[in-house]
Design a protein around this ligand. Sequence first.
Ligand SMILES: CC(C)(COP(=O)(O)OP(=O)(O)OC[C@H]1O[C@@H](n2cnc3c(N)ncnc32)[C@H](O)[C@@H]1OP(=O)(O)O)[C@@H](O)C(=O)NCCC(=O)NCCS
Length: 184
Amino acid sequence: MISSKLNLKSLTAQDLNAIVELDQACFGGLWTCEGYQREIDSPNSDLLGLVSPTSSTKILGMGCFWSILEEAHITIVAVHPQYQRQGLGQAILYFLLRTAGDRGMERATLEVRASNLQAISLYQKFGFQTAGRRRRYYQDNGEDALILWLPDLQYPQFPAKLDHWHNIVVDNLQKYSWDLVNSH
Ligand SMILES: CC(C)(COP(=O)(O)OP(=O)(O)OC[C@H]1O[C@@H](n2cnc3c(N)ncnc32)[C@H](O)[C@@H]1OP(=O)(O)O)[C@@H](O)C(=O)NCCC(=O)NCCS
């Protein structure tokens, strides 16, 4: 089977149209173009994307986190609906955590809709634990948010954990004929 190349990149202003398209496809318009521009400009924000030269979809998946003191606050994990369930979500989360660790962050946190079982399952696979619940956090439907967190990004064991996840991510992508090119 011929595999398709998959690249990780830091998203830039040149990617803005594609970023907003992906946001629309995944969230129906969570952030505006100006919002993403602010993320790109901010030294405290990392916005990463997965791209493939063989795909007509410009950005297949993306993830973002803010570095707030020693905490990596993950704000976005999104995979284009046509490319879900092929291991890309795991790949994005892996890269976000690796980047957060490299930046010296001590833990990762995020909020997720209590009904978003796909995303919760993904986060749990990486060891995220539930730290609390914000009642009626989402204004559109009054849904609760779960607060998840992953401690210990600076523990001596964390690099070995990252290696373990890296192997899982690469193997999983290979099953769907994705060849992760620049993963180290
Ligand atoms: C959540 C999301 C990022 C997962 O991306 P993905 O590329 O499909 O995820 P992967 O293929 O890497 O799957 C990783 C794990 O996530 C969970 N998962 C993903 N989709 C799932 C589904 N439809 N049902 C159940 N579990 C699911 C599973 O645990 C899966 O592992 P498995 O394949 O070994 O069962 C994707 O569904 C998405 O973009 N959703 C819309 C945006 C969103 O809700 N983002 C999260 C909140 S910010």
